[in-house]
Ligand binder design. Structure first.
Ligand code: PSU
Ligand code: MN
Length: 306
């Protein structure tokens, strides 16, 4: 199998991977479908800077002109952000079609894990992951992100999952699939905009060194799949739970009324929650991504020593 046929790893990223230097992957659906322009581009560029400031090389992923990319130029990030929902949201099942057709695509958590694994990148920072949707007992709506965590060896640092999902069922699913769910300096699963969910993570991890060791041991043991690290939003940016939960309930109600389904559900809910809460949730969203980038970069640095 020759991946170079389809995959472009930025020279800086390839050099770092080859020499076991720290690299952190980043997704691009958060840029094109998760935030409005121009804050999305500004955030994407700042996240790369946070990763560099903490000693690692950023590798933002996407599909451009049918090429899988690990490491994007500033112009490519600007293009993805400006085009927004006009770029295809690419999860696992979309990859072969978008590549074969020579199209552009924004990578979800699942696709970013796939591209990262192909490029040899072990850790990835984002905002929130997809999961089991509320009402999944009827709709079967479970994000492909969870299956990817079950199979692909990449650690994902996130701020938990938004309550647009059924958080208890998301944890059950991850348990069944054998995915370790770790809390960074917490025993409680954070709920993205808030530090609390009332649910417990499997284990608390307190330092990047400790986290790097878990990642390393899992790899050495040959255990398949990823690790989910949940890192609570910094206190000063966390939101009032009632405000955010009311907005989420309203967004879910509207999505039902409008018959939104499939891959449109998550972007619809994210956009409505942001609109209903005004700019507040966007601010929080941006800050928690920086916070995750920092932990991921520090962990990548520790990993490179093992
Ligand atoms: N949750 C967020 N922000 C996001 C996403 C999810 O809080 O930007 C994006 C991620 O790219 C994630 C994708 O991988 O949505 C999940 O989509 P789906 O539920 O259709 O699998
Ligand atoms: Mn879905």
């Amino acid at each position: 199998m020759s991946l170079e046929q389809f995959l472009d790893v930025a020279p800086e990223v390839a050099e770092a991977v080859k020499n076991n230097k720290p690299v952190v992957a980043l997704e691009s659906t958060i840029i094109s479908h998760g935030m409005p322009y121009p804050q999305n581009v500004e955030t994407a560029l700042n996240v790369e800077k946070v990763i560099r400031d903490n000693g690692a090389i950023p590798a933002t992923t996407a599909i451009i002109g049918g090429r899988l990319k690990a490491g994007l130029s500033k112009d490519e990030i600007e293009y993805l952000g400006k085009t927004g929902q006009g770029v295809t949201k690419v999860s696992r099942r979309d990859i072969p079609v978008i590549v074969a057709k020579g199209m552009d695509g924004a990578s979800t958590v699942a696709t970013t894990m796939i591209i990262a694994a192909m490029a040899g990148v072990k850790i990835f920072a984002t905002g929130g992951i997809g999961g089991v949707h509320r009402g999944a007992q009827q709709t079967f709506d479970i994000s492909a992100d969870l299956e990817e965590l079950a199979h692909t060896p990449v650690t994902v640092v996130c701020a938990g999952a938004k309550a647009i999902l059924d958080l208890p069922l998301t944890l059950e699913y991850l348990e069944t699939q054998g995915v370790p769910v770790l809390g960074y300096q917490t025993e409680e699963l954070p709920a993205f905009y808030t530090r609390k969910s009332g649910l417990s993570v499997d284990y608390r991890i307190d330092t990047p060194q400790e986290l790097a060791k878990v990642i390393h041991v899992k790899k050495e043991l040959g255990l398949q799949g990823g690790i989910l690290v949940t890192n609570p939003i910094p206190e000063e940016y966390s939101m009032d739970p009632d405000t955010i939960n009311r907005a989420i309930d309203q967004a879910i109600e509207e999505s039902k009324q409008q018959g939104i389904h499939g891959k449109d559900t998550t972007p619809f809910l994210l956009a409505r929650v942001k609109d209903i809460t005004g700019g507040d949730s966007l601010d929080s969203n941006i800050q928690l991504v920086y916070n995750n980038a920092k932990v991921a970069a520090q962990t990548a640095v520790e990993l490179s020593k093992l």
